[in-house]
Design a protein around this ligand. Structure first.
Ligand code: NAP
Length: 328
């Protein structure tokens, strides 16, 4: 039985993690819910009990926890994760703050395992998670040379603020979160622009893919786009392999890998869409075909719920992995 804390418990990811702790029957002795001062005092029902959300303070971060699940943004993670770690907890963090630190594990449980060099584990970017899951078995079976991503990312990827901006647009109001209206529109900008013209979201996908697959020689590029969809991200992937398998061989390898659901039958117009993947676990793949313009190159379309496998579920699966090690 563990002492567990949830930071960002009132957020989209935090609330989903709470639901998953219940659904997956994570054994806990105590559960502490943290938010900012804005939501402190809110009551949350969980497993028949009422929990009061507390404001996170430095003092409380020095309390005795076994595991801390954080989803409250990068600044909060940078400041508070080391305090929790120093007090003895293992922190699983959903923000981008720690992901590219060499001493920090960046984990997708189907793909790589925590080394626990530090007791902070980073959850990757949502679009990266649903991309590296199909890439891993292809890289192992056929060798991976290059991948080009184009994403179609739902507004829930920005938390409550994104959903509220889509609602505002539907009512004819101006956006408050996105730089342009998202209703009746698509926005080819996620996060801030960097000097080379890429956005930070695109840079995250590029660097995180190489780190998770432990291969800096893989060429990766990305264009990240926000679309007016409430839930589930889609990623169009153009993949160059070292070998030239048939499409049937590709599908067989993908279908054997954990968490992948192959939905691909052009003769019946079968392929995954965000509505198919929303509120479901797993990574749905389809539109798998040879790219006729280049050797050894294939197209693949990956769709997954960004709040589930893209964040909360992946974090809870990391927790399950750590707990199973303790039980061994
Ligand atoms: N949404 C996604 O698809 C997704 C995917 C991957 C990673 N993430 C990451 O997960 C994190 C949370 O995202 P979200 O979508 O759940 O956002 P959200 O819905 O806006 O929730 C943010 C949460 O952070 C809390 N918070 C804000 N300031 C705080 C502070 N000073 N101290 C303690 N808690 C504070 C908020 O509490 P209040 O209620 O008090 O404001 C709220 O619970 C972010 O780092 C995000 O990048 C999100």
């Amino acid at each position: 039985m563990y002492k567990i804390a949830l930071v960002g418990a009132t957020g989209l990811v935090g609330q989903t993690m709470l639901h998953l702790l219940d659904q997956k029957n994570i054994p806990f002795f105590s559960l502490t819910l943290f938010s900012s001062a804005r939501s402190a005092g809110k009551r949350v029902a969980f497993k028949g009990e009422t929990y009061i959300v507390e404001e996170l303070t430095e003092e409380k971060a020095k309390s005795d926890f076994d595991y801390v699940l954080m989803s409250a943004g990068g600044e909060i993670s940078l400041h508070f994760a080391p305090l929790f770690e120093k007090a003895g907890a293992v922190v699983i963090d959903n923000s981008s703050a720690w992901r590219m630190d060499d001493s920090i594990d960046l984990i997708v449980p189907e793909v790589n395992k925590p080394t626990l060099k530090r007791k902070i584990i980073a959850n990757p970017n949502c679009s990266t998670i649903q991309s590296v899951i199909p890439l891993k078995p292809l890289a192992d079976a056929f060798g991976l040379k290059r991948v080009a991503y184009t994403t179609y990312q739902s507004v829930s990827g920005s938390g409550w603020k994104g959903i509220e901006d889509l609602d505002r647009g539907e009512k004819g109001e101006a956006p408050e979160n996105y730089p342009k209206p998202i209703y009746h529109n698509v926005i080819p900008q996620i996060d801030v622009f960097l000097e080379d013209g890429y956005t930070k979201e695109e840079q995250k996908m590029i660097k995180e893919t190489q780190k998770i697959l432990k291969d800096a020689s893989i060429d990766v590029t990305a264009t990240c786009v926000r679309v007016p969809v409430p839930h589930a991200h889609a990623v169009a992937m153009n993949i160059t392999l070292k070998q030239e398998p048939t499409v049937a061989e590709l599908k067989a390898v993908l279908g054997d890998f954990p968490s992948i659901i192959v939905m691909d039958d052009p003769s019946r117009e079968v392929y995954p869409t965000p509505l198919d993947a929303a509120h479901k676990e797993g990574v749905f793949v389809g539109r798998i075909r040879k790219d006729n313009s280049l050797p050894n190159t294939y197209h693949l379309w990956s769709v997954s719920d960004n709040i589930l496998k893209g964040s909360a579920l992946n974090a809870v699966q990391i927790l399950e992995e750590l707990i199973s090690r303790k039980d061994d």
